[in-house]
Design a protein around this ligand. Structure first.
Ligand code: SF4
Length: 475
């Protein structure tokens, strides 16, 4: 076995409660305390023997906690994102000050898109990696000369140089199991997602998405617009391993961009999971046919996370969602008839939004009535077609994607639709969706049936109301 540098994989501390880019697609502090697993970092960590993964936000670690770690390592790999980049640079500088010999690298969509600018931001960053960085980091950790590692940018004197691009990973079974790293370095009880059972574990069974939604970050940067998948056997074996590591886990979540992009494979994985007897959930597009939904449900599927985005067909067409509202309606009816729960996600402020389309989307959500919803503000991340469109048309606000507390801001505005109106539409959407008798009844019934869930819903309900109050007062 090759010798490896002592390597620290760090999801840095930034805003309090910040759900960052090593796991979350759209990085922000959420309505209720939520954390995705830092799977993008766990994958290279699994390739580097003796490494350690530190996920600062869910562990409640601040700068003072992570800086002393610098002295124990030769290499630190930090996952960054557009909203957290300035914070992450400060963390890198503090690590470097504590150990000037430490080699510091940044990974993630933000630096893959802006490699030169990232390196120019601070001398504390020694290199940045391009999109798919697992084996890039493994080779750096083997102590290879940076010039010999594909998929890197680094500084030579005052100049930034790029090595040749790294080939896209096709044999996804080469990625080792992340659950071993989770078991070694993370505390599963620290990870919450409001609509998932607790504790949960999430991981990826593939990368990329066949759809071309203009706003969507990962397929346009780190994942690609094809669905590259691990074999069914590899996925089922990892869940079986996870069951041994985490007997307390109540739900597994497959966080592939669109797990249902390959229906026969989704059904085959479901059958394997059924044999293990686990409860599981996944991301899905609102076009999965009834027959597949039935197979998934019969083998342990509990919930689908579905990006409906808008109730306006014109907006869906404009953002290239590739979905028809009538198909989404039928899919939702079918899922409900089978007893599959749905967490529906919507976006306010996409191109083409007007006061009328906002109303139409709220009415659409009320009509299809997912069990729970999440309403986000359109976020033009660098590297996406939406960002390019926003720059071209002058829709971008000056002050970034999140505010000083890490909460999403309305970064876009349009002629006839100011950003303040887009911002307040989120609050209106939540109130008109949740403060309905049928919704209150459904949530109360769920709380009575499952007292543990009830306690959690009460806590989250308090967080949620605080969140709405805070938004209303513009704090
Ligand atoms: S279907 Fe979902 S994951 Fe795929 S590009 Fe669209 S928003 Fe992204």
């Amino acid at each position: 076995m090759a010798d490896y540098l002592r390597t620290l994989f760090l999801h840095p501390p930034s805003f309090e409660g910040f759900d960052g880019g090593a796991g979350a697609r759209y990085q922000a502090r959420r309505e209720v305390r939520s954390f995705w697993y830092p799977t993008w970092l766990a994958q290279p960590a699994a390739l580097v023997p003796g490494s350690r993964l530190v996920d600062a936000p869910p562990a409640g670690l601040g700068l003072a906690d992570v800086v002393p770690l610098a002295r124990d390592y030769d290499l630190a790999v930090l996952h960054t994102s557009t909203p957290s980049f300035p914070h992450d640079v400060r963390v890198a500088e503090a690590l470097k000050a504590a150990n000037p010999a430490l080699r510091v690298g940044f990974v993630g969509a933000h630096v893959a898109v802006h490699r030169e600018a990232a390196l120019e931001a601070s001398r504390a960053i020694d290199f940045v990696a391009s999109n798919e960085f697992d084996f890039t980091i493994q080779e750096v950790a083997q102590g290879r000369d940076l010039a010999a590692v594909h998929g890197l940018s680094y500084r030579v004197n005052a100049h930034v140089v790029r090595t040749p691009e790294r080939a896209v990973l096709e044999d996804m079974d080469r990625l080792p199991f992340v659950v071993d790293v989770y078991h070694r370095d993370l505390v599963v009880e620290q990870y919450f997602i409001g609509y998932l059972l607790h504790p949960y574990v999430s991981l990826y069974t593939g990368r990329g998405c066949r759809s071309r939604c203009t706003f969507c970050l990962w397929p346009q940067t780190v994942g690609g617009q094809r669905y590259r998948t691990r074999s069914v056997e590899h996925v089922v074996a990892e869940i079986a391993r996870a069951q041994r590591h985490f007997p307390q886990v109540r739900e597994y979540f497959f966080d592939d961009d669109t797990f249902t992009d390959d229906l026969p494979r989704a059904e085959a994985i479901a059958r394997g999971l059924g044999r293990l007897g686990v409860t599981w959930s996944c991301n899905a597009k609102a076009n999965v046919p009834y027959a597949t939904l039935k197979v998934l449900k019969d083998h342990g599927l509990r919930l689908l996370l579905v990006g409906y985005e808008s109730g306006s067909q014109a907006i869906l067409n404009r953002i290239k969602k590739g979905i028809r509202l009538d198909v989404a309606r039928e899919f939702t009816r079918n899922a409900k008839a089978l007893g599959i729960k749905i967490h529906g996600t919507f976006i306010m402020g996409l191109p083409g939004e007007t006061p009328e389309t906002i109303q139409a989307t709220i009415r659409f959500a009320q009509e299809i009535d997912p069990d729970t919803i999440q309403v986000s503000l359109a976020a033009p991340y660098p590297g996406t077609a939406l960002h390019r469109e926003a720059v071209e048309h002058g829709w971008l606000a000056e002050d970034g994607l999140v505010d000083g507390d890490g909460v999403q801001t309305s970064a876009l505005s349009y002629p006839g639709l100011p950003r303040t109106e887009i911002f307040t539409s989120v609050d209106r959407f939540y109130r008109r969706f949740y403060f309905r008798p049928r919704k209150i009844f459904a949530l109360t019934t769920e709380m009575v049936r499952d007292p543990a869930m009830g306690r959690r819903r009460l806590r989250e309900g308090r967080d949620f109301l605080r969140f709405l109050r805070r938004r209303r007062h513009g704090q």
